[in-house]
Ligand binder design. Structure first.
Ligand code: PMP
Length: 431
């Protein structure tokens, strides 16, 4: 029976279809790896965040199996009731030692970490300043907190300073129970959809000048950047100046879950105030044990080798698309058009060192078309569309991982080279 409720939802879904924004799930019948099976067909997967190829690594799987044997499948309750199992504590100790912070706290997802942390730290009298391109979890958390929200243009330090000046003035004019409103700046270190980097040193200089706090989401940096894989903050040598370091265990660390690292006071405060931590069942012990194994592996010489493998594959890709040369151009022909015609309709930003490579296409339908075309060549890179990115900024978000072989990357380059899509522009993004 079709109810009025269903009719209403169908209309909404039809509107999404009309705008080429309808999404559906694709069932993957294999483990996460460079080779995946969808609808009985094999694909080379260049869309995963499993940058180090950990998701299906025997080391992590064994750790998870051992944890299941010893601690069971579920954790029984929230951490504050009776679910704070040994694997959670071990993971938090390992994380804190890895990130060189006093303490760490694990959440069930990175999304939950952002929501719980931000809404615990600031409230309606405070000010949050975010980069325009931060992840949805941060935007949602900022809105939920009720704080005054200001957005600075992506990586634009002048714009950030302008907003900080305004915030400082506003904070100085308000005195509440002997307290001035707090100013919290939030950015990602490596941006999830563009693969570029935040100017962390300069942002820190600004936050210190204006007496703000800084939270950095290292979701796409933890495990791969920095001498020891601690993240991009380590690479910039600024970890100690960041009040709140957050991230996820679901990308380079190959498992799932979110974390916050910082001072003991920060972590104790979150245990008492972060609602997504307090009112949610603890992560399963298998996930915690596998993440601990991943962090230990990253810190070993084998981990360093694995990271080097990732950079090798990226260099291989870059040598085809732009060769690492600043602003170099790569030209292929347009679909159904002669080789030299047409305006550029595909831009490949090959950032210096990030495994996230956006193929900016623009129109949503075109992005879907190109993704479908690549599938016919056995390459899986789904189209990323609004609301994940801005309207008209649809793209194929290509990721290269340490688990890809040279032949895999070769096959990708070959498929991209034969896309016949007009002009590829490659540009390097400074680190
Ligand atoms: N921050 C960023 C930058 C992300 O890309 C993501 C995941 N897409 C998250 C946070 C959320 O992490 P999780 O997937 O663990 O919820």
């Amino acid at each position: 029976m079709t109810t009025a409720f269903d009719i209403e939802l169908k209309q909404r879904l039809d509107a999404l279809r009309e705008q080429n924004l309808f999404r559906e799930l694709r069932r993957v019948d294999s483990a996460q790896s460079p080779r995946i099976q969808i609808d009985g067909k094999p694909f080379l997967n260049f869309s995963s965040n499993d940058y180090l190829g950990f998701a299906n690594d025997p080391l992590l799987k064994d750790a998870a199996i051992e944890a299941v044997k010893k601690f069971g499948a579920g954790s029984g309750s929230s951490r504050l009731i009776c679910g704070s199992l040994a694997p959670h504590h071990e993971l938090e100790e390992t994380l804190a030692q890895f990130k060189k912070t006093e303490a760490a706290l694990v959440f069930s997802t990175g999304y939950a970490a952002a929501v719980g942390t931000i809404s615990a730290l600031v409230g309606k009298d405070d000010i949050i300043i975010i980069d325009k391109l931060v992840h949805a979890s941060i935007v949602d958390a900022a809105r939920l907190s009720g704080a005054k929200l200001r957005v600075f243009s992506h990586n634009d330090l002048d714009d950030l300073e302008k907003i900080l000046k305004w915030a400082q003035k506003r904070a100085a004019s308000i005195l509440l129970a002997d307290q001035r409103p707090k100013i919290l700046i939030i950015t990602e270190s490596v941006f999830s959809m563009d693969g570029d980097f935040a100017p962390l040193k300069q942002i820190i200089a600004l936050k210190e000048k204006y007496g703000a706090w800084l939270m950095v989401d290292e979701a796409h940096a933890t495990g791969i950047f920095g001498k020891n894989g601690r993240g991009f903050a380590e690479e910039c040598g600024v970890s100690e100046q960041i009040e709140i370091q957050m991230g996820t265990l679901g990308k380079a660390l190959g498992v799932s879950g979110g974390y916050v690292c910082g001072s003991r006071n920060l972590i104790d405060y979150l245990i008492n105030r972060a609602r997504s931590f307090i009112f949610s069942t603890a992560p399963v012990p298998a996930a915690a044990a596998a993440a601990t194994a991943a962090i230990r592996f990253i810190q070993s010489s084998a981990g360093e080798k694995r990271r080097n493998l990732l950079w090798k594959r990226l260099t291989q890709f870059r040598s085809k698309f732009g060769g690492g040369a600043m602003g170099s151009e790569f030209r292929v022909h347009a679909v159904g058009e002669p080789p030299e015609s047409g305006t550029p309709n595909l831009e490949i930003q090959v950032s210096e060192g990030s495994p996230i490579i956006p193929l900016i296409i623009g129109e949503e339908n075109k992005a879907l078309e190109i993704a479908a075309h690549l599938r016919t060549r056995g390459i899986f890179i789904p189209a990323i569309r609004y609301p994940t990115v801005a309207r008209g900024a649809a793209r194929l978000r290509l990721t290269v991982t340490a688990a890809h072989t040279t032949d895999d990357v070769e096959q990708l380059c070959d498929a991209l080279g034969k896309l016949e899509l007009g002009k590829h522009r490659t540009s390097n993004i400074e680190r």
